[in-house]
Design a protein around this ligand. Structure first.
Ligand SMILES: [Zn+2]
Ligand SMILES: [Zn+2]
Length: 305
């Protein structure tokens, strides 16, 4: 092999490496990666130190077309997050919270403000769920009473039918809000109807209770292991700006969580995680060889239940 053919061979290997299926999610320049930007709060000042006068929800605008609602621990200690995304044709609400709250009113006011700002009078609302646990669906009944609103029943058959997922759980599908495509990825394991949602506009991956800074309860170990691998595969080569789950139970102190039932968490971990946490979770599960056991990592704990 002469020098020229050697150089060609090296280039071919380099080219093959660049297109192999283990490419890292990356951007050529640190310029925001071409995704729509937004801001997350430095802290969520909900739930304390006392409950008097605290609203049931804090509403945070990530940007003008994406809102995060955080339920107060004074309403329910689970303090779940709810997500509201606007496309040109539809809005999507992901989860309806825990406990009895005025969630339908809060969502309604947020939608009304969006409509006024955009010079519109209505937009259909679709209500989906990260999964069917009670702390994610408690506002469903109130939202069903809203006009122009479709609430997807929180069970696998209804989720599959609505999103037209033919091969559950192996087939991700696309759902269009109008100039805003979402990928819906089935991830049973924490709960049978669990889904993840990837918003291509902001490059945010919503992971429900499957990955968040807290106790990751594993109900169906084989399904959970496969679902986490599916998320790793789905995000392979894709930009992931944030991984947003639906609770915070960790403190900022590594390996430390707030006990179940804690209302006020003055030193809680940020909500947002990254794809590295997903890889860390996957690696830890792989290392358990099918026998999922309790394991505390820096920012979350794997917790068979
Ligand atoms: Zn759950
Ligand atoms: Zn939950």
């Amino acid at each position: 092999m002469n020098l020229r053919t050697l150089a060609a061979a090296v280039a071919a290997v380099a080219c093959f490496a660049a297109t192999s299926p283990t490419t890292l999610a990356q951007s050529a320049e640190p310029d925001g990666a071409g995704v729509r930007q937004g801001k997350l709060p430095r802290a969520w000042p909900t739930s304390g130190p006392t409950c008097a006068g605290k609203p049931a929800f804090e509403v945070h605008a990530y940007n003008e077309d994406f809102y995060i609602l955080r339920e107060s621990g004074c309403s329910n200690y689970e303090k779940p997050f709810i997500f509201l995304l606007f496309g040109k044709e539809k809005a999507l609400l992901l989860d309806t919270g825990a406990g009895e709250t005025d969630v339908a009113d809060v969502v309604g006011h947020t939608i009304d403000a969006w409509l006024a700002r955009n010079g519109r009078t209505s937009i259909p609302l679709v209500v989906a769920h990260t999964h069917a646990h009670g702390d994610h669906i408690a506002g469903d009944a109130a939202l069903r009473k809203r006009p122009n609103t479709t609430v997807i029943d929180p069970n696998p058959a209804a989720v599959q039918a609505f999103f037209q997922i033919r091969n559950w759980p192996t087939e991700p599908v696309t759902y269009e809000l109008g100039g805003r495509a979402l990928d819906v990825i089935p991830i049973p394991g924490h709960e049978p109807s669990s889904i993840a949602v990837y918003d291509r506009q902001t490059a945010i991956l919503f992971t429900g209770d499957t990955l968040y800074p807290g106790r990751l309860y594993v109900r169906d170990a084989p399904a959970f292991i496969q679902s986490v691998q599916r998320l790793v595969d789905f995000t392979d080569g894709r930009i992931v700006a944030h991984v947003l789950g639906n609770h915070v139970e960790e403190a900022r102190t590594p390996f430390l969580d707030y006990p179940v039932g804690t209302v006020y968490q003055p030193d809680e971990h940020p909500l947002e995680l990254g794809r590295s946490h997903l890889l860390e979770l996957n690696e830890a599960l792989r290392g358990m060889h099918g026998e999922v056991r309790r394991l505390a990592l820096r920012d979350f704990t794997i917790w068979p239940k």
